[in-house]
Design a binder for this molecule. Structure first.
Ligand code: UN1
Length: 501
């Protein structure tokens, strides 16, 4: 029996359409099974989607924000109903373990519920005027149609963050998902469609970075871009957006450290490091990719870590017992193995792992053993983002040295310290160069009601997704002055201090 592979289209103006473009496949990274085929949308289709978003803008911006929020709440309810089905799709297409696949969907539910409430807040300010019978206020205005370019590692959650904020703000969206996870994107858009967003408010195009991604950033009708991905692509997006003089939100990866002080609770530390480093097979922007250990506990930590990493159950992520799945693609596998090779060449000490897993079911997928290297501070494994199950352990003399190592990279997304000493904890909160600092918890696992983003090359434009700050990417501030005095009043000139009549 031949099973037919489902063909998906692009979503423009409220309709699924066939595309003129060639097609590509999406596969399960654990088994190689083909999950569907998707179009490489063409330049014309991109223009059509941008046009649909532009045409929808006027009505959508005039739809009261609480109503826009209600549609997100409706979508959240559908996500809740379909959570198991969608979680399994995340796991099947992207390779994270099932608990995390469900978590990916949960993050959409959480954020949609949260940001729907922004529809009823979206506070501005009222500010006193220096003149009598005059009022001043600020309101948020939507920037216009926006382009959302999303990665494969959170194939529901990140489209959820970006679209939830854009939609409640009043911006129609054109979503361009990663070509590794188009099925998740299609399922995501199906939910928004079912929730009943008006035609043109939600659009989705699969395709190449050069046609769809670049095309979106450069398109004159697209008024802001929100991008999550690698630094080099981010730089290119930033430059193109700058030439067009539009807003751009960038979230570009990390080399996130956990500092382990000599008073750290070791059991707690090990649980945190294992989850932070090998959760999602290390493929989170927030993944713990450096463990910076106080010299006094260094040897003990290395021993424990090696032991724990060797016990981790790697396998098909759809099996509930699996603790770590494959990496997401052949390309990812190649990149991670390349870094392992660099570690070997640079004479870093390989403590465990360092190989592609082979034999039986492993041969069908992209499985890499949980890998731990002891690394010196100036080595490439200590500085560069790997985005895979590879942890670099570094030795620090004391707290100051640990912070210096932590801050020595070009990234600044997440960070963490394990200690029971308040002085170290509070100093770390202030001194770690990162958008997020955890105390006695790993670098992953941000919650949606708080700002998420980084500094340095992780977040050069200073935007923050999630939390109340999510709206900043998609709105600008309008300042309004209302003079009800009935005469011309001149700021800075009519300086009489008292009202006399
Ligand atoms: C990412 O990897 O880009 O904090 C996002 C976390 C998740 C989000 C990660 N909630 O680990």
């Amino acid at each position: 029996m031949t099973s037919t592979v489902q063909e998906y289209g692009i979503f423009i103006g409220g309709k699924w359409q066939k595309s003129e473009g060639k097609r590509f496949e999406t596969r399960n990274p654990a088994t190689g099974e083909i999950l569907g085929t998707f179009p490489l949308a063409t330049k014309d289709e991109l223009n059509e989607a941008a046009r649909a978003a532009k045409d929808a803008f006027d009505k959508w911006r005039r739809t009261p924000a609480p109503r826009r929020g209600e549609l997100l709440l409706d979508a959240a309810r559908i996500f809740r109903r379909k959570k198991e089905e969608l979680g399994r799709i995340v796991t099947t297409e992207m390779g994270k373990v099932l608990a995390e696949g469900r978590g990916d969907v949960q993050e959409v539910i959480d954020f949609f519920e949260y940001v729907a409430g922004e529809g009823r807040r979206m506070f501005g300010e009222t500010v006193p005027s220096e003149l009598p019978n005059k009022m001043c206020l600020t309101v948020r205005m939507p920037v216009g149609p926006v382009g959302l370019i999303t990665p494969w590692n959170f194939p529901m959650a990140i489209p959820g963050w970006k679209s939830g904020a854009a939609l409640v703000a009043g911006c129609p969206i054109v979503l361009k998902p990663s070509s590794l996870t188009p099925l998740c994107a299609a399922k995501f858009v199906e939910v928004l469609d079912e929730a009943g967003f008006p035609p043109g408010v939600v659009n989705m195009l699969t395709g190449t970075g050069s046609v769809v991604g670049d095309g979106l950033v450069a398109h004159p009708d697209i008024r802001a871009i929100s991008f999550t991905g690698g630094v080099e692509t981010g730089r290119h997006v930033y430059e193109t957006a700058a030439r067009k003089m539009i807003k751009v939100g960038l979230e570009l990866g990390g080399k996130n450290p956990i500092i382990a002080m000599d008073d750290a609770d070791l059991e707690l530390l090990m649980d945190g490091v294992m989850f932070g480093a090998f959760g999602t097979a290390g493929q989170r922007c927030t993944a713990t990719s450096r463990l910076i250990v106080h010299q006094k506990i260094y040897d003990q930590v290395l021993d424990e870590l090696t032991d724990r990493a060797e016990k981790l159950r790697v396998g098909n992520p759809i099996d509930e017992r699996t603790e770590m799945g494959p990496v997401a693609s052949a390309e990812q596998e190649r990149k991670v193995l390349e870094y392992i090779e660099i570690g070997r060449k640079e004479a870093d000490t390989l403590l465990t792992g360092g190989t592609k897993l082979r034999g039986g079911a492993f041969d069908k997928g992209f499985f890499i053993a949980p890998t731990v290297f002891a690394v010196e501070r100036r080595k490439r494994l200590a500085l560069e983002e790997i985005f895979g199950p590879v942890l670099s352990v570094l030795k620090a003399k004391d707290f100051e040295d640990a912070v210096a190592i932590a801050n020595s990279v070009k990234y600044g997304l997440s960070s963490s310290i394990y200690t029971d000493d308040l002085r170290w904890a509070f100093r770390a909160m202030h001194e770690l160069e990162a958008g997020i600092t955890y105390v006695n918890a790993p670098t992953i696992g941000a919650e949606v009601q708080l700002p998420f983003g980084g500094i340095k090359e992780t977040g050069p434009t200073g935007t923050r997704e999630a939390g109340p700050t999510a709206l900043d990417e998609f709105t600008y501030w309008k300042t309004i002055y209302v003079d009800y005095s009935g005469r011309l009043q001149r700021a800075q000139i009519d300086t009489d201090r008292l009202v006399r009549e």
